[in-house]
Design a protein around this ligand. Sequence first.
Ligand SMILES: *Cc1c(COP(=O)(O)O)cnc(C)c1O
Length: 433
Amino acid sequence: MVSTTSFKTAKSEEIFNAAQKLMPGGVSSPVRAFKSVGGQPIVFDHVKGAYIWDVDGNKYIDYVGTWGPAICGHAHPVVLEALHSALENGTSFGAPCALENVLAEMVIDAVPSIEIVRFVNSGTEACMSVLRLMRAFTGREKIIKFEGCYHGHADMFLVKAGSGVATLGLPDSPGVPKSTTANTLTAPYNDLETVKKLFAENPDQIAGVILEPVVGNAGFVTPDAGFLEGLREITQEQGALLVFDEVMTGFRIAYGGAQAKFGVTPDLTTLGKVIGGGLPVGAYGGRADIMSMVAPAGPMYQAGTLSGNPLAMTAGIKTLELLSKPGTYEQLDRITTKLSEGLLSVAREAGHEVTGGNISAMFGMFFTGQAVHNYDDAKTADLKKFARFHRGMLEQGVYLAPSQFEAGFTSLAHTDEDVDRTLAAAKAVLAEI
Ligand SMILES: *Cc1c(COP(=O)(O)O)cnc(C)c1O
């Protein structure tokens, strides 16, 4: 095996074992428990730039970036300094604050579909609010989502997406009533025919279609040519709304998100992750006539005690300021393409069948020889092999998302040297697994 003599885990194990008696599974969010890759998770101590240090003193190159927000690099000095001075004015007002206008203007200027925006505290909140708005605006109750797309943990989105039950809307988790998900119709990603069929079978009943315009929650899956355009056309014909969940892709694959990248403008958009710069922020926004339904401008209720708080707004503003500098996305694209192409070629040289790629600062690699257009294709990946790859990389000082069904993320802090070290580690690990 690859030499891993300096890799220590005693403290991580001690802390995680104690955590398991205190919190469900020892974590505050499930994927952190490393269930799908086996082995104990590492417990972080601090983060900076492209790196993580764990409680045992191991250092890692980080390709998770706290699941996306750390696109400028962890603990960026500009963001930290602004947060320090914002802190002096207090952490939350529960009242209007001028910083909300600043971030709102930045979001409206950047994201083509957004004319008016409402801030919330997470991507989940943004998606559940946008769903209420879709229904309020259209007066229809059904929605279409795609298999393998994640829109937060609200009941209506937790639908098992097996093809046999595609139109039944069976819940994915106990505690989710069948009545709640009965209105959630599902289709395979990149499958316009099924979407057309669902509209034909449910005339004037479908409020809209929600999707990740580039999927990151089934691993990294890109839209086929014409897919987003097709959805735009169908929803318009049917008097339904098109919603892009850009919680992951917003300000990541382009400053204006996937809608700017692909030139397809939805009616509504959800955001999160990057716009909070590492603090809890989500947002939903879109056409002014739709957004004017939201209280107190209109009758659709949605509220939040900590929404738009000055600390979160400050982190978001500073992060977007850093991202809006010239050359940022070219740099993200260059470094990520080098990483992604490097990983694929190192894996193939070692005799593994792999599929993958990147768009700007979002990437993925599946251990399958098959092209991946949807969740079923993604599920052909060799998960045991991924688990061994993940553990091997961890021991080599590279932190990848602990699941084959998660995209990877780079940041402005990742250097050519980091990528070279990552590829050398991958070469060593892939020769052994
Ligand atoms: C992360 C994510 C969410 C949920 O956001 P949280 O802030 O974790 O609640 C929703 N949609 C997509 C596409 C995401 O990637």
